[in-house]
Design a protein around this ligand. Structure first.
Ligand SMILES: Nc1nc2c(ncn2[C@@H]2O[C@H](COP(=O)(O)OP(=O)(O)OP(=O)(O)O)[C@@H](O)[C@H]2O)c(=O)[nH]1
Ligand SMILES: [Mg+2]
Length: 337
């Protein structure tokens, strides 16, 4: 990818603070960014992820299990069904989907205000596999950009895998971006770090935080959401890459983004890429260019690349990169390494 092929939406890196009310930029309004957890695992992840960005991002929890919502404050909580059950919608995605349908009038209240919904769910059970499809459909219908992150069950869970497979293809068709996470890869990485796989969701939290910070920090959110829409509207598959690291180590940043516990995926041949690079006050255009080159190498030769860069004083010598890659050839299932 040549530098002149890159459509740069922010040639100048300035240190303008979008949260400064005296600035000309638009500040995100309450409720425009939303993290939603669907099902027990999805809700666990959503609570942890939203806690990192709670100043600008709202939380929605959807589950059949009432205990998921215990002690939660400041969230939209939707309980699937009239008779709360500790066992959820065990193995009954259709039941969860139809219950979510009946909740549409309530969900419409906060989905109307939302611009972007990041939905986290674990497939293979009832609540997540059924309600996530209906929730994503309602969000898209309300005009939201919908990014779904769906965990695929462990390989040993063959019955759950079947439910997940059926749900995933429907979920992809109602989401603008659908990111698959492999629980096996996640558990393996959690073991390496010596933490429990369910609690070892740091990668999901980082993904959510990176994306939300990127969007909430921009001066002109509408422009960025339009860019994001332009990229995700390309036909084919799409996914997200997120990484944070030292600003002089572009290639390492890229390798870190690629070693995330995504299900088997290749970004080769992609036709669109939105790259947001955020760095400390001393970040240079050369460093931004190095990251752009690392992330866009291997994309289709005529890929549309939109790049944005901005300064965040708290990042110091570090850089945070969020890439939305789209137009992926369907069925490409090479490993990550
Ligand atoms: N091995 C194992 N896998 C789990 C466990 N809990 C969740 N999972 C995995 O995570 C996926 C999603 O689980 P949950 O989020 O609990 O399911 P749910 O959407 O709440 O579904 P229901 O409880 O059936 O309504 C499952 O399909 C499993 O692959 C667990 O305790 N052990
Ligand atoms: Mg459950």
């Amino acid at each position: 990818m040549l530098a002149e092929d890159i459509q740069d939406t922010s040639a100048e890196i300035d240190s303008h603070n979008p949260h400064d009310p005296s600035g000309s930029s638009r500040i995100m309004e309450e409720g425009e960014l939303l993290i939603a957890g669907i099902g027990s695992l999805g809700c666990t992840w959503a609570k942890a992820a939203q806690a990192r960005v709670s100043e600008w991002v709202d939380l929605t929890l959807v589950d059949a299990d009432e205990s998921t919502m215990d002690g939660v404050r400041h969230a939209n909580c939707l309980l699937l069904g009239d008779t709360p059950s500790e066992v959820g919608c065990a193995g009954m995605p259709q039941l969860a989907e139809s219950r979510m349908r009946t909740l549409q009038p309530i969900a419409a209240h906060f989905l109307e205000r939302a611009e972007l919904v990041l939905m986290l769910t674990g497939l293979g059970g009832g609540s997540g596999s059924g309600a996530s499809i209906e929730f994503a459909r309602q969000a898209a219908q309300a005009g939201c950009l919908v990014i779904s992150v769906a965990a695929i069950p462990f390989e040993a869970q063959s019955e759950r895998q079947k439910i997940a497979d059926a749900a995933l293809s429907r979920l992809s068709s109602v989401s603008h971006v659908c990111v698959e996470l492999s629980l096996d890869r996640m558990a393996w990485q959690a073991r390496e770090r010596g933490v429990d796989w369910q609690q070892g969701s740091a990668w999901v939290e980082e993904l959510a935080e990176g994306l939300m910070r990127t969007l909430a920090n921009v001066g002109l959110i509408n422009l960025d959401l339009m860019d994001l829409r332009a990229i995700v509207s390309k036909s084919g598959g799409s996914t997200l890459l997120v990484a944070e690291g030292h600003c002089d180590e572009a290639q390492e940043l890229y390798e870190r983004a690629r070693s995330s516990p995504l299900a088997a995926l290749s970004v080769g041949g992609a036709t669109g890429c939105l790259l947001q690079v955020e760095g400390g006050p001393h970040m240079t255009l050369k460093q931004v260019e190095a990251v752009a080159n690392a992330f866009t190498d291997g994309l289709s030769i005529d890929a549309q690349v939109i790049i944005g860069a901005r300064v965040s004083p708290d990042l110091q010598e570090r850089m945070r990169v969020v890439a939305v890659v789209s137009g992926l050839p369907r069925g490409s299932s090479e490993g990550l390494v």
